[in-house]
Design a binder for this molecule. Sequence first.
Ligand code: 4HQ
Length: 251
Amino acid sequence: MTLRFDVVTLFPPIFDGLTQHGISGRAHARGLWRLHAWNPRDYTTDAHRTVDDRPYGGGPGMVMLSAPLTLAVEHARAARTPDDGAPVVLLSPTGRRFEQGMAARLAQGPGAIFVCGRYEGVDQRFIDACVTDEWSLGDFVLSGGELAAAAMMDAAVRLLPGALNDELSRVQDSFDPSLSGLLDCPHYTRPEVYAGKSVPAELLSGHHARIARWRREQSLRLTAARRPDLIQAARTAGLLDAADETFLAGL
Ligand code: 4HQ
């Protein structure tokens, strides 16, 4: 089954990078997912094709009109499999913070209709009537929802079976840093010495168990230093064993 994303956006070309380049581009070429853009400007009826207006109550900036957004979402919905349960997701800094579990569920479900606001935002009556979920990429302010939606779709698409070349590495979950609950370990490639710095001896040892232990400990060390919240979460999720705890206790 092909994952389908519909995106309501004033700037459809922003998504060309996602569909044309890299892992997501190759997955798109393989037919693993599709993206359809719907421009609210195409659903205006006035001569100037107006998509925004001044905020009631005054203040800076402009607010996106309800009617063109509603029509765009309705056309997107009508083009999808009826009642497929796809959420209508508004990108907003006030939304639920996007994380890996949401990407995984997105990849396994019917997809989504993403609504990308510009300017100061969108009329609240459109949100109340049409939007089922609000998601945030993080605590920073973007110029529009497009780059947030693109990041979320990228995170989902790379999880689709067949999207990655190195599928053998996924057979064993413990090889996949995204499933360990820890930050990834450092990586090295040739040359063996660069700028006077050698690759860590463990990685040159040829001993698979020693290499795996070194990587695990680097992940634990980095996660404890930078994201102690993830150590506690991994512990609660049962992802740390006795050897991990012994190593952490010695840091
Ligand atoms: N936006 N995560 C769109 C964001 C944002 C975020 C600000 C959303 C501008 C118009 N979206 N409005 N952070 O900063 O998703």
